[in-house]
Design a protein around this ligand. Structure first.
Ligand code: SF4
Length: 295
């Protein structure tokens, strides 16, 4: 039976939140550096990437948020059999509130009816926590902070889309994704990372899209057809010329990650979860006995 000390785990969760808010993951930083190298030294795009990288360094060194919008806190938690989701949720909420006190997180939870900010980043559906049971004998917490600006340009299509000449096949999927990035321009704080959900219903399609954003940038899709489409989209979307923050340039997206679900014969949804350059995600593994590691 997996056991943990609640006080220790709460402190470990606080550290996970601090890392997610202040320390941009290495694969993202490497990708931004490569994008900067790809631009002429005196170009607007080169300068914008330079500012982003300075921002990243400052945030890491000073342990302050990378962006003022610390986003929706999205957890994907894998648990061994027998672990109480209710107890883990309570610990996540306590750590979230403490992270606001320490200014790692902005109080971002606003009551949609009254307009009142809860003040501690906790509210109905905030943070968003999704649990999955697995066969391993350790807990894995994956945390992503997703900003409001990029969420606002996230979208969903229903195929066929006559206006875009997009049918119910991967060519149609390709067309609507290009449209989504064209529509977004720099508004989602480009360069973006696209999580794509194909199929499912309206909800599960979006969920699939968001889950793709937990993948590392350099990974390869295990489905060969989707792997091919991810590469094709990455190359062609970067020919759109939107560039960082919409200033123009050769990098409009840093990655495209796709997942597919079965669908009803009557429906074909394609969801685009647009993530901004402040692609904040970290994970934490807690073993029985309390040993912890962060990634
Ligand atoms: S979209 Fe991302 S980078 Fe832009 S303001 Fe929101 S969190 Fe910050």
């Amino acid at each position: 039976m997996f056991k943990y000390d609640e006080g220790v785990l709460k402190a470990q969760l606080l550290e996970l939140i601090r890392l997610a808010a202040t320390d941009l993951p290495k694969d993202v930083v490497d990708s931004i550096k490569a994008a900067q190298q790809n631009e002429p030294p005196d170009s607007a795009a080169h300068n914008v990437f330079g500012m982003l990288l300075k921002n990243v360094e400052l945030a890491r060194n000073e342990s302050i948020p990378i962006c003022q919008d610390t986003g929706t806190n999205i957890y994907l938690v894998h648990i061994p059999e027998g672990i109480s989701m209710r107890k883990l949720t309570a610990l996540i909420l306590e750590s979230t509130s403490e992270a606001v006190d320490k200014s790692y997180l902005r109080p971002n939870a606003v009551d949609s009816i009254t307009g009142k900010n809860s003040g501690n980043n906790i509210g109905e559906g905030q943070p968003f926590i999704h649990f999955e049971e697995w066969d391993n004998d350790f807990i894995e917490f994956n945390l992503m902070l997703k900003g409001g600006g990029c969420e606002n340009v996230s979208t969903q299509y229903k195929l066929p889309d006559v206006g875009l000449d997009a049918g119910r096949d991967l060519d149609g999927v390709y067309k609507v994704i290009v449209d989504a990035v064209n529509e977004a321009q720099g508004l989602g704080c480009a360069p973006g990372i696209l999580g794509i959900g194909i199929g499912g219903d309206r909800t599960s399609s979006h969920q699939t899209a968001k889950n793709q954003l937990f993948r590392k940038l350099p990974d390869t899709n295990s489905n060969p057809e989707l792997a091919q489409l991810e590469t094709k989209l990455l190359i062609n979307l970067n020919k759109l010329g939107v560039g960082p923050m919409g200033f123009g340039g050769k990098t409009t997206v840093l990655g495209v990650k796709m997942g597919a679900m079965h669908r009803l014969p009557a429906s074909f949804f394609v969801s685009v979860s647009y993530m901004c350059w402040a692609y904040r995600r970290h994970s934490m593994i807690v073993k029985a006995g309390g040993e912890v590691s962060y990634d």
